[in-house]
Design a protein around this ligand. Structure first.
Ligand SMILES: Nc1ncnc2c1ncn2[C@@H]1O[C@H](COP(=O)(O)OP(=O)(O)OP(=O)(O)O)[C@@H](O)[C@H]1O
Length: 440
């Protein structure tokens, strides 16, 4: 099971139910919409991991209208059209707009699940459906440097940053640069996990463990074996789940629900949040000991408004993608549009930029994107994420772990800790730490 939700858009209530049951039997979490308007509401809350399965004909529009609306809004979730009407031209139109496939309803039982599995497999193998732009601004160069530094180690990494800054991309990149590349990368949306579901989701369960456990299920830890487990929005985990995770991480073992023996695991953990977890700790919403376990190494991703030099290169990159995906021929941005892009505060960060550019290109079709095409509203910036954990005991252990990972090399350890070499020396002195590295 992963964090994928399938949004099923179908006005025939019986058929909608049938498709949802088909999906639920395979362990998918489904959301139903009988109208295009309801589907749009669901999509406003959708994550990039969701997948849409839509009928072609709906009471208040059709599947193609919906796909066009999604792409205009920059919502690039995979879109599968199902229909009774095997009209080739409609299929072609939906493909142009980026629908993944077109399944005649009579073949749905055979084709839908394999198609969904292949989409998910691609994601798990790290083949992102969305191309990634390598940002060259100075902040990102530093981040890339820090990633290369930590990738080779097994340190847990905590990524802080506002929504849409690219934290998940960074986690993927880190995985790809690590010795775990080629092994699974399993992303977990911690916000969608209730405390009741979490034990089975993380650790799996055996058949008959509880009512409804019709078969044995692997949990995220098992799925991620040898690879990376990415805990997205980790600040949203229930306290009970935090405690359960902490125990597993400390002991490097867990017990599937209903099983009578423990399993050990070899998984690297990367976590991300847009929350100030230090505040969450002081408000007793987040366990300090878990936070401390999760952040051997910290990466702070700046907001887009603090990376002005990346705005136009990213905008050009998204313009080219939009041209290709939407079959448009837009050559650039007018001077006013450029100015508007540079002064906008981007509360939704790169995700918002992508959405605005996709929408603008679709509107412009050709020529250049103008300020009007961008439809940028006046916005207030969200508060920046700050982070400064520390208490002496935890600091000491973090320092020792960094020194160990750096094989005793103090310069490298200081870099891993994100402090200067002299700051590391004074910390070593302050805490009376004498780390002696034994040569093998
Ligand atoms: N370097 C990049 N190249 C291309 N697209 C990017 C890049 N960075 C971010 N994006 C786009 O922005 C969206 C948000 O990125 P991502 O999901 O990695 O951010 P996030 O910080 O994890 O967001 P959230 O906090 O909302 O989960 C992605 O869907 C992606 O399309």
């Amino acid at each position: 099971m992963d964090k994928t939700r399938i949004i099923v858009v179908e006005d025939n209530i019986v058929y909608c139910e049938y498709v949802c049951n088909l999906l639920a039997r395979e362990g998918y979490h489904t959301v139903k919409a009988y109208h295009l308007s309801t589907a749009k509401k669901h999509l406003q809350q959708a994550t990039d991991n969701d997948i849409v399965v839509a009928d072609l004909r709906l009471p208040d529009g059709n599947g193609i209208d919906m796909l066009r609306w999604m792409r205009k809004e920059g919502k690039m979730q995979p879109f599968i059209i199902m229909t009774d009407y095997a009209e080739v031209h409609t299929a072609v139109e939906s493909m142009k707009l980026g629908s993944i496939d077109y399944i005649p309803k009579k073949l749905i039982e055979d084709k839908l699940i394999p198609l969904l599995r292949s989409i998910q497999k691609e994601r798990q193998m790290g083949h992102r459906r969305m191309p990634v732009f390598v940002r060259e601004g100075s902040a990102f160069q530093k981040i890339m440097h820090r990633i290369r530094l930590v990738a080779a180690t097994d340190m847990s990494v905590m990524i802080f940053g506002e929504n849409g800054t690219g934290k998940e991309h960074i986690a993927h990149y880190l995985h790809d640069k690590s010795k775990r590349a080629g092994k699974p990368f399993v992303a977990v949306d911690c916000g969608s996990l209730s405390k009741e579901l979490a034990p089975s989701a993380f650790f799996g369960h055996v058949k008959g463990a509880f009512t409804g456990a019709d078969s044995t299920k692997k949990g995220y830890f098992h799925e991620a074996e040898g690879g990376t487990l990415f805990l997205d929005e980790v600040g949203n985990l229930a306290l009970e789940t935090q405690q359960m995770l902490l125990r597993a991480i400390q002991e490097r073992r867990y017990r599937p629900v209903g099983d009578n023996s423990d399993r050990s695991f070899n998984v690297r953990i990367i976590a991300a949040t847009n929350e100030d977890l230090e505040a969450a700790v002081s408000e007793k919403r987040f366990r300090q000991d878990l936070l401390y376990r999760l952040h051997d190494f910290v990466i702070s991703v700046p907001s887009l408004r603090d990376c002005q030099e990346d705005i136009m290169p990213l905008a050009e990159f998204f313009r080219e993608i939009a041209n290709k995906e939407l079959e448009c021929n837009v050559g650039g941005f007018s001077p006013e549009a450029r100015k508007a892009l540079l002064i906008h505060t981007w509360p939704g960060n790169v995700r918002e930029l992508r959405q605005k550019i996709m929408g603008a290109v679709l509107q412009a079709q050709e020529g250049v994107v103008t300020k009007e095409h961008l439809e940028l509203a006046v916005t207030k910036p969200t508060s920046p994420v700050s982070f400064a954990l520390r208490n002496d005991a935890e600091d000491k252990e973090r320092i020792m772990r960094a020194l160990k990972q750096a094989n005793g090399n103090r310069s490298l350890a200081a870099e891993l800790l994100g402090i200067s070499r002299s700051a590391l020396y004074s910390k070593l002195e302050e805490y009376g730490l004498k780390y002696k590295f034994k040569q093998p």
